[in-house]
Design a protein around this ligand. Structure first.
Ligand code: IPD
Ligand code: CA
Ligand code: CA
Length: 262
């Protein structure tokens, strides 16, 4: 096995450096390309990804990598896999809307064992180690104690404009607006999860989401005492393409928003 605390120290240093680099790049003339009609990638996504991947590969040469822009980089050891989103919230980044982050997770045989999220514009680094709790800038965090949707501030997300999953996302959004105190759509899944973990938000729901968007945040929510599942409310798979993450107390009520026979 690995020394998880040692790996965490390296990851925290890498994600700190990546956040600083991203802040510099935000002030530069980065270029923007379109992967589809609404899905953008910038030269900053690629530069931050290069920075993270090269540093992690130098420290852990046998671990494999799956990162949003570069895809799968298989190494000798496929049990250990890094899941990286160099900028989660690229659309916000492109518009200069200060809500985006860097997300890095380490999985072992498909289970997330370490997760870190850096919000460089607020100077906030969230991290969690399996079985060791969740932290914000080194201080222990926990989910909210809100018990009902009517008192909850929840967040949802949408996938690319023309994706079929958005019909379900729209239905869930509409029901959430009716049932909750308020609903947000912030454009960064990793920050949505981190904010559920520290109790600023009570729940997050989305269909049409990738493993690198949610891997780090999922562990941070769980280690902060929250619950993470697929939209069925019980099982969870990182690669299912959907997520419901809450403080645990509103999980069943929020799950019911996803049922089509209401
Ligand atoms: C997106 C954000 C957004 C979520 C989208 C993701 P990107 O990631 O996490 O909140 O709703 O589904 O694609 O493209 O900014 O890395
Ligand atoms: Ca993302
Ligand atoms: Ca991204």
């Amino acid at each position: 096995m690995i020394d998880q605390k040692n790996v965490a120290e390296v990851v925290l240093d890498v994600i700190k450096g990546a956040g600083e680099f991203l802040c510099e790049l935000s002030q530069s003339n980065f270029t923007v390309d379109f992967k589809s009609k609404t899905d953008m990638v910038t030269s900053a996504d690629k530069a931050v990804e290069d920075y993270i991947v090269s540093r992690l590969q130098a420290e852990f040469p046998s671990f494999s990598v799956f990162s949003e822009e570069v895809g799968l980089l298989k190494a000798d050891n496929t049990d250990f896999l890094w899941l990286i989103d160099p900028i989660d919230g690229t659309t916000n980044f492109v518009h200069g809307f200060l809500h985006y982050c860097v997300s890095i997770a380490l999985t072992h045989q498909g289970t997330v064992i370490l997760g870190a999220v850096n919000d460089p514009t607020r100077g906030e680094i969230f991290h969690a180690l399996q079985g060791e709790g969740a932290y914000l800038n080194g201080n222990r965090i926990s989910v909210s104690d809100t018990v009902s949707l009517s008192e909850s501030l929840v967040v949802t997300g949408f996938t690319n404009a023309d994706h079929p999953d958005n019909a379900a996302n729209m239905r869930h959004f509409t029901r959430a607006v009716q049932a909750c105190q308020a609903v947000r759509r912030t454009g960064s899944a990793a920050l949505d999860l981190s904010n559920v973990a520290c109790g600023r938000l009570d729940g997050y729901l989305q269909k049409g989401i990738d493993s690198y968007d949610i891997a780090a945040g999922c562990l941070i929510v769980k280690e902060a005492g929250g619950k993470v599942s697929n939209l069925d409310g019980h099982t969870f798979s990182l690669t299912s393409g959907e997520i419901l993450a809450t403080n645990g107390l509103i999980h069943a009520e929020m799950q019911r928003l996803t049922l089509d026979q209401q």
